[in-house]
Design a protein around this ligand. Structure first.
Ligand SMILES: NC(=O)CC[C@H](N)C(=O)O
Length: 360
């Protein structure tokens, strides 16, 4: 069965339908990772986005029990060059097609994903629709131009109520803005006693759990749509060590008076080089973000830029000059991607230990 992918700039791609039959609209973004489609599909930071993968064969190792980054994927649609029909892997339990059908996500294959990626790189991120071949393309294009995409993604994917992920080590309150399970896994691997809380938690509620540390998770959308959390960050960073990832990093920047802006087409992939300015060491990192902290805006704040992207020089890490608080724009929990940056979780643990001894 044929299906179309239509972009707001008027480009129409015709491809083969797979996954769910429903029509979907979203922001079209590309990811350059060669593997990790299951983690990408289930990363809540892609909420409302139509994701295309530049690697040409997707689905070849199926969907397995272990690689989920959330229980319910929030991605709007999936665009590939070739969707493998017969996955083969010892961990395979379900084909990509079946998984997308079960989760009501439309897919389209047979697309020239190199051409699509080039359009996004030249034009910037675009709105797009995956829809049935019967739909009139001209009508869809004018609808797309008039569409304002929803800005409530964090509310949609964040947990509705707090829950424990118990451990015998330090207590960490993890604010779920659209958390990848990899973050929880890394904390649990270090024996943390984790309390996962909703995005709109107050400072009083966070502190009522008597945390030894606080983590701000990744999450979807524009950080400026979650400003109700900034006061909480301003208060708790004075009380306990803080570590933030991706959206958590952007919110930490906003809470401390820096600014964020939208990138032309974002960073999404598994091989983004990042330099630690203090050691000169370069890590290859997993990334997925469409916004960034504005470099200039950091100058008159209490923040220091600790990491930069080697591809485009954008801010990749921050630390507070006064409080034990640091954040990164990339994904030290990997999933998918390299684990070069995993040591940051250990640094967070050391920071917690140190602050327990002296108090902050
Ligand atoms: N993975 C994330 O946390 C992404 C942060 C934010 N939604 C962005 O696109 O920049």
């Amino acid at each position: 069965m044929k299906r179309q992918l239509i972009l707001e700039d008027g480009t129409v791609f015709i491809g083969e339908a797979f996954g769910s039959d429903i029509d979907k609209v979203g922001e079209v973004v590309f990811n350059t990772g060669m593997t990790g489609y299951q983690e990408i599909l289930t990363d809540p930071s892609y909420c409302g986005q139509i994701v295309t993968l530049t690697y040409p064969l997707i689905g070849n190792y199926g969907i397995n029990r272990d690689d989920f980054e959330s229980v319910s994927p929030a991605v709007a649609g999936f665009v590939v060059k070739e969707a493998a029909e017969f996955p083969s892997n010892w961990r395979n339990q379900l084909s990509l097609d079946e998984f997308l059908k079960n989760k009501n996500i439309p897919g389209i294959s047979g697309i020239d994903t190199r051409k699509l990626t080039r359009i996004i790189r030249q034009h910037g991120t675009l709105k797009g629709a995956i829809c049935s071949i019967e739909k009139n393309a001209e009508e869809i294009i004018s609808q797309l131009k008039a569409t304002v995409l929803p800005a409530d993604q964090v509310k949609r994917v964040s947990t509705k109520s707090a829950y424990f992920s118990p451990g015998r080590g330090p207590r960490v309150v993890l604010v779920d803005y659209g958390m990848k399970h990899g973050i929880l896994r890394e904390l649990n691997n270090r024996n943390c006693d984790v309390v996962v809380v909703p995005y709109n938690v107050t400072a009083e509620e966070v502190l009522s759990f008597h945390p030894d540390g606080i983590m701000l998770s990744n999450g979807p959308g524009d950080p400026k749509t979650v400003t109700q959390t900034l006061e909480m960050i301003q208060t708790v960073q004075k009380e306990v060590p803080l570590f933030g990832i991706c959206l958590g990093h952007q919110l930490f920047a906003l809470a401390n008076g820096a600014d964020t802006e939208k990138l032309k087409f974002g960073h999404r992939g598994s091989n983004h080089p990042v330099k630690d300015l203090r050691t000169g060491k370069v890590s290859l990192t997993s990334q997925n973000h469409g916004y960034t902290v504005d470099t200039e805006s950091v100058v008159n704040t209490e923040l220091e830029i600790t990491h930069v992207a080697l591809n485009d020089g954008t801010v990749e890490g921050l630390r507070h000059k006064q409080y034990p608080a640091f954040t990164v724009q990339y994904h030290p929990e990997a999933s998918p991607g390299p684990e070069d940056a995993n040591y940051l979780f250990d640094e967070f643990m050391q920071m917690i230990e140190a602050s327990k001894k002296v108090g902050i």
